[in-house]
Design a protein around this ligand. Structure first.
Ligand code: SAM
Length: 300
């Protein structure tokens, strides 16, 4: 482990401390102190004892650990969802990926890893202070030398729906993590190659609905698919084998849809919408073939 790298110390109760290794500096806790110089130059994966006897396990943080402990500007995409995005939005080595907003740069790190040395990630962020946090986090995680940028990454300040068309860039995959992803559907349709994937990460059901209906109304995408993932830890000790007591209840919903070739439309739906789905109370984007049904036609 070298000076300037991040290290993660875990105590016997599972409490974690992450910090940057700085020669001459000391780490303090209620279990005493540890000199950074004791850690610098060693291979990770060892136990260190603090000055008053507390023991810590020492490793470099994994990406999944780094993103939940790094400095944040905006909320991050959690590792379980980043994994889903990489798999279900089919982020492949060599892909050209557009993402917005960059927020704290958590998802950016997963995307950069997945596209590999021949791919490209173009990140758009409308807020300068968040872009700065993201740049620092990405540089820190990949160990980018000071004054340089990750060779496969470009970060542009601005609204995606304005800045991307201005550049005229095309892409294979687009990931939207923002408050109003439906505002970017036209820009996504123009930028994505046929067969490309549009993926949105949205926190609420109202966002989910509006985004999916906007994609449907656009008409240049396949039927959008929505899902969420729930992850539960298990406690396994002798005969005590049970689910853990705590779990992250909700992070966000994911939606994907594939871009059709220019001028193409998805096949006409043979199944009618659920009764009342687009009834008088529905005020969102309305697919052309959605019937307006009277209230009394709504059934369970
Ligand atoms: C939840 S954060 C993104 C977090 C990020 N995916 C991560 O994992 O760290 C949402 C970000 O989108 C940015 N944003 C919202 N609308 C945008 C747009 N139209 N174009 C670019 N950035 C946008 C916001 O400023 C905010 O930083």
């Amino acid at each position: 482990m070298r000076a300037g790298e991040w290290v993660r110390l875990t105590d016997t109760k599972g409490r974690r401390h992450n910090f940057e290794l700085v020669p001459g500096k000391r780490f303090f806790s209620n279990k005493g102190h540890i000199d950074h110089d004791e850690l610098i130059g060693r291979d990770e994966g060892f136990t260190v004892t603090a000055s008053t006897g507390g023991e810590y396990l020492v490793f470099r943080p994994l990406l999944s650990e780094f993103v939940v402990s790094m400095p944040r500007g905006a909320a991050v995409v959690y590792p379980k969802d980043a994994a889903q995005i990489v798999a279900m939005a089919d982020i492949f080595p060599g892909a050209r990926v557009v993402e917005a907003g960059v927020g704290s740069g958590a998802l950016t790190c997963s995307l950069l890893r997945a596209v590999g040395p021949y791919g490209r990630v173009m990140s758009f962020e409308r807020r300068e202070e968040f872009a700065e946090v993201a740049r620092k986090n990405v540089d820190q995680f990949f160990g980018t030398p000071p004054g340089e940028c990750h060779p496969n990454w470009e970060l542009e300040l601005g609204d995606l729906q304005v800045a991307l068309p201005a550049r005229g860039e095309r892409c294979d995959r687009m990931i939207l993590d923002m408050l109003a992803p439906w505002e970017c559907v036209d820009a996504a349709a123009d930028a994505l190659y046929p067969g490309g994937i549009l993926c949105a990460y949205v926190a609420t059901t109202t966002q989910l609905s509006r985004f999916m209906e906007t994609v449907r109304v656009h008409g240049g995408f396949t039927e959008p698919q929505a899902w969420e993932s729930l992850v539960r830890d298990w406690h396994v000790e002798g005969l005590a084998v049970r689910p853990g007591h705590k779990m992250i209840g909700h992070t966000a919903f994911l939606v994907t849809a594939r871009r059709l070739a220019s001028g193409q439309r998805p096949p006409r739906k043979t199944r009618r919408p659920a009764p009342g789905a687009y009834g008088p109370d529905y005020t969102g984007p309305r697919p052309a073939d959605a019937p307006v049904l009277a209230d009394d036609s709504v059934t369970d």
